[in-house]
Design a protein around this ligand. Structure first.
Ligand code: AQP
Length: 331
């Protein structure tokens, strides 16, 4: 059976992008061999407010359940509840080269942003977090990692590290692969469609949150940047704004962007239909989240049970990796 692992950072409310690119595929992939994780340690690469981080962690776990992940089937847990992640991360850091870590697009983007707007502070974790991500994935003998397009590079690095570790120390890790579904793989910011829609970017008008009110969603889509032409066609390089709307409409209604473009001659009707489709898609998630959020103790219980299930596999893999590199086992 295929083992699936994926995670999401609690750095703000999940967006339409993270839903279309990842979360809804997690629901499709779920089963007893699927593990879904709130990767709270990854959030620490930039300074966080402790009270907010705790709230966002619980909130994101609630979102996993609200989108339809069934904790009686799949394993839902918080990364820091399973200490093996941090321990294996050190072995992965010592397997990765600085050059590999520096090449990661997210490191380049986020360190530049931190230098410009964050008072010049770039944490060491911003450079080394792909090693932690490799540990997250490799701990569970993962075969497939369902992610959006932006995360492909990290999964490629995980593969390289697994192969290098196996060749240095003998067969220890399963070599995983990313599964990136084309529909919704890269949802762009509505105000700057050359940039990914992102939860921690300061672009409220360009970002649709999963739990946002229907009126606010419709307003943002109707104000989305398009272009001065009037023809509706899918061509991301010359018409990024219109193509982004077509991708969203297509992913929300189960079609290709080219098929979704058929019949439109003006931007107004395209925006109206896209707004309706997104509102219809997200309404049940919002309602379910409200129900679940009323009982946080139950979400905590689910996370405790998930961590206990996850720990069993994590402990076995970590013991294998420790033995492989030659760490003396305690008596
Ligand atoms: N715009 C997007 N389009 C398609 N997929 C997306 N994902 C995120 N944004 C889009 C996918 O959702 C998962 C969430 O990953 P994450 O939250 O752990 O990290 P991220 O990719 O760095 O997401 P953000 O929103 O950009 O977070 P911040 O702003 O904190 O860095 C991944 O599978 C991702 O591909």
């Amino acid at each position: 059976m295929t083992r699936v692992f994926s995670g999401m950072k609690p750095t703000g409310d999940a967006t339409l992008g993270s839903y279309l690119g990842a979360l809804r595929h997690w629901v499709d992939d779920q089963g007893p061999e699927a593990l879904y994780c709130v990767v709270d340690l990854h959030a620490l690469t930039v300074p966080q407010d402790p009270v907010q981080l705790r709230a966002e962690t619980l909130g994101l776990a609630t979102t996993f359940l609200a989108v339809g992940i069934d904790p009686n089937v799949s394993i839902v847990f918080v990364q820091s509840h399973v200490h093996e992640h941090s321990e294996l991360a050190w072995l992965m850091e010592c397997t990765a080269s600085i050059g590999e870590l520096r090449r990661m697009t997210q490191f380049k983007d986020k360190s530049e942003k931190a230098e410009e707007g964050g008072g010049g502070f770039v944490s060491g974790g911003l450079l080394t977090y792909p090693a932690l991500m490799a540990a997250d994935i490799l701990l569970y003998d993962t075969d497939e990692v369902p992610v959006g397009d932006d995360q492909r590079q990290h999964v490629e690095l995980t593969r390289d590290l697994a192969i290098r570790f196996n060749s240095r120390y003998g067969d220890t890790f399963v070599v995983p692969k990313a599964t990136v579904r084309p529909a919704g793989a890269r949802v762009m910011d509505l105000q700057d469609p050359t940039r990914k829609m992102s939860k921690s970017e300061d672009s409220p008008a360009g970002t649709i949150l999963l739990l946002e009110e229907p009126g606010a969603i419709a307003k943002k889509i109707k104000r989305a940047v398009t272009d001065t032409e009037a023809d509706v066609r899918y061509d991301p390089s010359t018409k990024p704004g219109v193509s982004n709307l077509l991708s969203i409409l297509a992913a929300s209604t189960g079609r290709t962007p080219e098929a979704a473009a058929e019949g439109y001659t003006q931007y107004g009707p395209l925006k109206n239909d896209t707004a309706d489709a997104v509102v219809e898609l997200l309404a049940p998630i919002r309602a379910r989240h409200t129900e679940l959020a009323a009982d946080p103790a139950e979400v905590h219980r689910i996370l405790d049970a998930g961590a206990e299930r996850a720990r069993k596999t994590a402990a076995t893999t970590l013991a294998r990796a420790r033995a492989a590199v030659g760490l003396l086992a305690p008596r």
